[in-house]
Design a binder for this molecule. Structure first.
Ligand SMILES: Cc1ncc(COP(=O)(O)O)c(C=O)c1O
Length: 399
């Protein structure tokens, strides 16, 4: 038969870079490309015990569950959020299959073909991918290390009348940037004034290198000023394990109810077995201590990566030391193209994601994203040496 795929399914292109990166799944390539947490720190034993405890509760644990998700886990999430000044009742929380599904569900209930959404630039590639399936217009707002530029934000709201703004204000993917509080407040006020929904995506907020540093979430700031223009999504992918695929989204009851209905049509509910195991884990295991351990390790890995990059004497390259999260954003000399550097790097046996992937509109081609959380000391040393060699080779071919 002649398949009649929808327009997005027909026309959305497979990224050439993604195809290239598929080649990196071998041991010969050291990959700084994926957004992967460190496997050697996964709480595997505690998780195994948590699953065992679920099985001792009887066969009911294996039955269908609520679309909203396992209630005791939603209660636990509510308590954890309250410590960060986000106050939501269990029925204002929907458990999802990773925060990726949460992004898709917001898009499903809020966007129509032609709707405009604003994003930081660069921003999280797979969110862009999800939004594009709804035939929306994605408009980038000028962004820097402190967040969205307030003047450009105001101008874009005025010009495009967006329905939604999607942001990652704390340790962003791909840049690692953290929004200043004044920029956070500005976004909330602008969006509240113009009836624009803010989707705050916060998978990395808890992985901070200075434990006492406080980066207020947009959701908490909005709640403090009595505004309901923010929905907040986060995940246990980075703090426990990604394989559980447990994320959540919280917001007003009206929005959560709409997303619950949309989720019903998608998958009835996410794995309730996994949700019950996570509940058991959080009940018995010190997740905060675990997050402290991985954050300290990621900080060590990030520092090592920076030291190794410095040793490569990459003329014209610069970066800002991340204060949390999993990514280092590197700007190479102006005349280098990171996609060309990637091809050279793959020959050397190292991978990363070129910045072009993360831009809406014309990309800044000399940028790239390095993940520092996944690779241990020895491989990281070899990987950065290979990367340095590839960059030097590209420099000598363009000058
Ligand atoms: C910014 C951002 N949002 C959402 C996700 C999705 O995470 P998950 O679906 O594993 O919760 C990721 C994963 O890397 C991410 O970086």
């Amino acid at each position: 038969m002649e398949y009649q795929l929808t327009e997005p399914a027909r026309t959305l292109k497979v990224s050439a870079v993604r195809e290239l990166l598929k080649l990196t799944q071998t041991d010969a390539v050291i990959s700084f490309a994926g957004g992967l947490p460190a496997e050697d720190f996964f709480p595997a034993e505690a998780l195994k015990q948590a699953f065992e405890r679920v099985f001792t509760t009887g066969n009911k644990a294996l039955q269908y569950g609520l679309t909203e998700g396992y209630t005791p886990l939603r209660e636990q999430i509510g308590h954890r959020l309250a410590r960060r000044d986000i106050h939501v009742a269990p029925d204002e929380i929907l458990l999802t299959t990773g925060s990726q599904q949460a992004i898709d569900l917001v898009a499903k209930v809020y966007l129509e073909p032609g709707s405009v959404i604003l994003t930081e630039n660069p921003t999280y590639l797979v969110a862009l991918q999800a939004f594009r399936y709804y035939s929306v217009k994605i408009v980038p707002v000028l962004s820097d290390e402190q967040g969205m530029d307030p003047e450009d934000l105001a101008a874009k709201i005025e010009q495009y009348h967006p329905k939604l703004v999607y942001v990652i204000p704390t340790f962003a993917n791909p840049t690692g940037w953290i929004w200043e509080t004044s920029r956070r407040m500005n976004l909330i006020e602008e969006c509240d004034r113009h009836n624009v929904l803010i989707v705050e995506d916060d998978p990395y907020g808890e992985i901070k290198f200075a434990p006492d540093e406080h980066y207020p979430s947009l959701m908490s700031l909005a709640q403090q000023s009595g505004k309901d223009c923010v929905v907040y999504t986060s995940t246990f992918s980075k703090t426990v394990v990604p394989a559980l695929r447990i994320g959540w989204i919280c917001g007003t009851r009206a929005l959560v109810t709409a997303m619950v209905r949309a989720k019903q049509g998608a998958d009835l509910h996410s794995s309730s077995l996994d949700q019950q195991a996570l509940f058991q884990l959080l009940d018995q295991y010190d997740l905060d201590a675990h997050i402290g351990t991985i954050a300290a390790e990621y900080q060590r890995r990030m520092r090592l990566m920076i030291t190794l990059l410095e040793q490569q004497n990459l003329e014209g390259a610069h970066w800002t030391e991340p204060k949390g999260g999993m990514f280092l954003w590197l700007e190479l000399a102006q005349d280098l193209d990171a996609e060309v550097v990637l091809k050279q790097s793959l020959q050397e046996g190292v991978a990363f994601v070129p910045g072009t992937e993360f831009y809406v509109g014309p990309p800044q081609k000399n940028t790239l994203r390095l993940n520092f959380s996944h690779t241990g000391r020895e491989k990281m040393t070899a990987g950065v040496e290979r990367l340095g060699r590839a960059i030097h080779e590209c420099v000598s071919s363009v000058r």
